[in-house]
Design a protein around this ligand. Structure first.
Ligand SMILES: Nc1ncnc2c1ncn2[C@@H]1O[C@H](COP(=O)(O)OP(=O)(O)OP(=O)(O)O)[C@@H](O)[C@H]1O
Length: 260
């Protein structure tokens, strides 16, 4: 049932145990949110799962295969793709070219084939170009396909980033703070897009600080605090979970909130 599984993952930086036996499952068709206060370990978990860090213990499995220590480009080839908190778009390139760059990871062609300009390479390029245009359309940016990315408003850049991550045809899409910097209207549109990407059958895993967005699009939520999982469940359960409220507000704040 699950396509991505983290099992008892731990990692430390110097004396700081950033993750302590953390686990979760991601399921096709679902949005799984990873939340927690600042410094809880969310980004570190993303970095472990997407191949940037190797855990000191525990395992990450993609489609039942142990992927510990595999580099991001190998993971992309196996169906896992991610975005970053800081936008990674090329502002001097068109939207289409930005997505084509992401697509490049997916293609197989030889240096010699490129050099000789083989018809098969040209055909592959045409197919990639039309798929890239389709993905630009999929994220709602078709009117700007040929525009320079740098001319877009912030919310559109966030969508472009998602189109680029989709270019490797992932089955697992990991989004690191997809709504960071967006205004409320852009955030709502992004939420609808993210939900629809999961509804298409992908497993979507996201780290996000905007609780309204998280609560409205997630099927399940994992809450981290100081490197540990303190709660897992549906949005309604998480919203009323005492340990979660305390992690966010502190014990005194939680008591005040309960009295209010
Ligand atoms: N490369 C690193 N070197 C040393 N310490 C690190 C490193 N990366 C993370 N940490 C530490 O690990 C802990 C978890 O950090 P992490 O960035 O994963 O938290 P986070 O939940 O993503 O926080 P935020 O919401 O602020 O982005 C923090 O104490 C942080 O200082």
């Amino acid at each position: 049932m699950n396509i991505l599984r983290a099992h008892d993952v731990s990692i430390a930086f110097g004396g700081v145990k950033a993750l302590n036996e953390v686990g979760f499952d991601a399921i096709p068709g679902e949005v799984l949110a990873i939340i927690g206060p600042n410094g809880a370990g969310k980004t570190t978990l993303f970095n472990v799962v997407s191949g940037l860090y190797r855990p000191s213990s525990g395992h990450v499995e993609l489609n039942g295969r142990d992927i510990n220590g595999l580099p991001p480009h190998r993971l992309a080839g196996m169906g896992l793709s991610r975005t970053f908190q800081n936008l990674q778009v090329f502002t001097e390139m068109s939207l289409l070219d930005n997505v084509l760059v992401g697509r490049h990871l997916q293609e197989r062609h030889s240096f010699l084939g490129d050099l000789l300009r083989l018809p098969s390479v040209a055909r592959q390029y045409d197919a990639s170009k039309s798929r890239a245009a389709e993905l630009v359309r999929r994220v709602g940016l078709e009117a700007q396909t040929s525009a320079m990315a740098g001319t877009l408003p912030y919310g559109a850049l966030r969508r472009l980033e998602i189109a680029r991550a989709l270019a490797t045809e992932p089955k697992v899409l990991m989004l690191d703070e997809p709504a960071a910097g967006c205004n409320p209207a852009e955030t709502r549109e992004l939420g609808a897009l993210i939900r629809s990407l999961a509804d298409d059958g992908r497993a979507v895993v996201l780290v996000e600080h905007d609780m309204r967005l998280v609560m409205s699009i997630s099927d399940r939520i994992v809450v981290l605090d100081r490197g540990r999982v303190i709660a897992k469940g549906a949005p309604a359960d998480i919203r009323s979970n005492a340990a979660v409220i305390e992690a966010y507000l502190g014990r005194l704040g939680a008591e005040e909130a309960a009295r209010a």
